[in-house]
Design a protein around this ligand. Structure first.
Ligand SMILES: *Cc1c(COP(=O)(O)O)cnc(C)c1O
Length: 437
């Protein structure tokens, strides 16, 4: 591969699909990030989700207990620490598999972007004045009548489609989801039941996004949620970091130089983990260390972040891989150029895991902690183990962290699963048991 900092050895390991931990040589090199996201947009996203919380509580009864805020619990991982051989520090799970409304990490970003668009349309039609914050206006028949004229389109491997489709349809927009070949059948069915139009593609995620983008730009009343370059998605995701900071505080968890925080984030195109990383870095700076996790068959953020800055990102196809994985949430061949250009200096590294190991992690989460996730989400389970590997130890030494292992906090981000139908989940467990016997 040209324009890449990967060594021959690393490239060979990638091609042979050997699981690895790659350390990002551009970490803390601000010149590697030619785009600077605007922090004011993060403030705006947080404010928008708060402003529209009463609307969300009104249209989604499951949000009544939280008064319309879509948030997930921080779960103790102490029951699994021993299994993971984590002798020092604390283990936690961020439970985004339990996020209401969308059942995955896509909830915050996707819902934020649709709210942003609904607000814009409502203002254009004088449904909302500039200072008028009666967001319940957006749930009236008058609003639904106006929204029905607009079509929101998105390309997805599944979960972003669920998030956009559910909120889009609930507000009364026409909603079209272009699904890649990886998308699971139950995700399509669930959307169709809500009146969402699902267009199936035989190609990969990038092809589904491209088809959606094309169809949408031809429509004057079309709006395209662009997973590859959307700041509205990115900032919606980033809000999670501020909420997590409050949860850490509530659990008396300190983050500073002597108390490092390690966060392991499953990555597809990069928007969700990139946004969360951006938010965490803006709060904790050098004291938080973010590692992305990807399938050995589709490590697109690894190849993307390893690309020479400001050059077109290298894809997994450039590395000789096919991108085919059971982890549909992570089945992306080419990373977001925008996210790579905006956050290359923030990322500590990326580790990869085989599909087979994802099923075993899924089973261990179930047995050890009664946590039910989809294969994509299970990948974060391996983070602490990689940090303890020789390359992970090297990272800790290089950043002066070795002396503080006892004080470290590790958070494995569980990104999806609570919407998986019981029979599908049982099939995952069966696969895991077969693979382990
Ligand atoms: C989408 C998704 C991710 C990764 O998000 P990207 O924005 O694609 O990087 C991780 N886990 C699950 C379950 C997802 O659906």
């Amino acid at each position: 591969m040209s324009a890449s900092t990967l060594s021959q050895n690393q490239l060979q390991a990638l091609q042979q699909q050997h699981p690895l931990l790659w350390l990002n040589s551009y970490y803390e090199d601000t010149e590697s990030a030619p785009l600077t996201p605007d922090p004011a947009e993060l403030d705006a996203a947080e404010a928008r989700l708060a402003l529209f919380a009463p609307l969300l509580a009104h249209i989604f009864p499951e949000l009544e207990p939280s008064a319309g805020i879509i948030e997930s619990p921080l779960l103790s991982g102490s029951a699994l620490a021993e299994e993971l051989n984590l002798k020092e520090g604390q283990l936690w799970f961020k439970g985004d598999h339990l996020l209401p409304v969308a059942g995955s990490i896509k909830a915050r970003g996707g819902i934020h972007e649709v709210l942003w668009f609904a607000e814009r349309v409502a203002k254009e039609h004088n449904l909302l004045g500039d200072s008028d914050n009666n967001c319940l206006q957006l749930a009236t028949d008058a609003a639904r009548h106006i929204f029905a004229d607009y079509t929101i389109t998105v390309g997805s491997t599944g979960n972003l489609g669920l998030s956009i489709g559910i909120i889009g349809a609930a507000l009364g927009f026409k909603t079209v989801v272009h699904m890649s070949a990886d998308a699971k059948e139950w995700k399509k069915t669930r959307l169709r039941e809500r009146g969402v139009i699902v267009v199936e593609h035989s190609g990969d995620y990038g092809a589904a996004v491209e088809a959606g983008r094309k169809a949408s730009t031809a429509d004057p009343k079309g709006y395209f949620v662009d997973d590859e370059r959307s700041t509205h998605l990115f900032m919606g995701y980033a809000v999670a970091a501020r909420r997590l900071a409050k949860q850490l505080e509530a659990n008396h968890i300190t983050v500073n130089q002597q108390h490092p925080l390690f966060v392991y984030l499953p990555a597809g195109v990069g928007g969700a983990p990139g946004g969360i990383m951006y938010g965490l870095k803006s709060i904790f700076g050098a004291h938080v260390h973010c590692f992305f996790a990807e399938p050995t068959a589709a490590p697109c953020m690894l190849t993307g972040m390893a690309t020479t800055p400001a050059q077109p990102v290298q894809s997994v196809y450039d590395a000789g891989l096919d991108g085919l994985t059971e982890a549909d949430g992570l089945a992306v061949g080419t990373a977001s150029q925008w996210v790579c250009d905006a956050t290359r200096d923030l990322l500590s590294g990326v580790y990869t895991a085989s599909d087979k190991s994802l099923f075993s992690a899924l089973l261990r989460l179930k047995i050890g902690a009664n946590i039910e996730v989809e294969p994509s989400a299970a990948i974060s389970y391996f983070g602490p183990t990689w940090l303890d590997s020789p390359i992970g130890q090297h990272y800790q030494e290089a950043h002066g962290l070795t002396a503080y292992k006892d004080n470290a906090t590790h958070i494995c981000w569980l990104t999806g699963g609570s919407f998986v139908p019981p029979e599908e989940y049982q099939a995952y467990l069966n696969t895991a048991q077969q693979l382990s016997s």
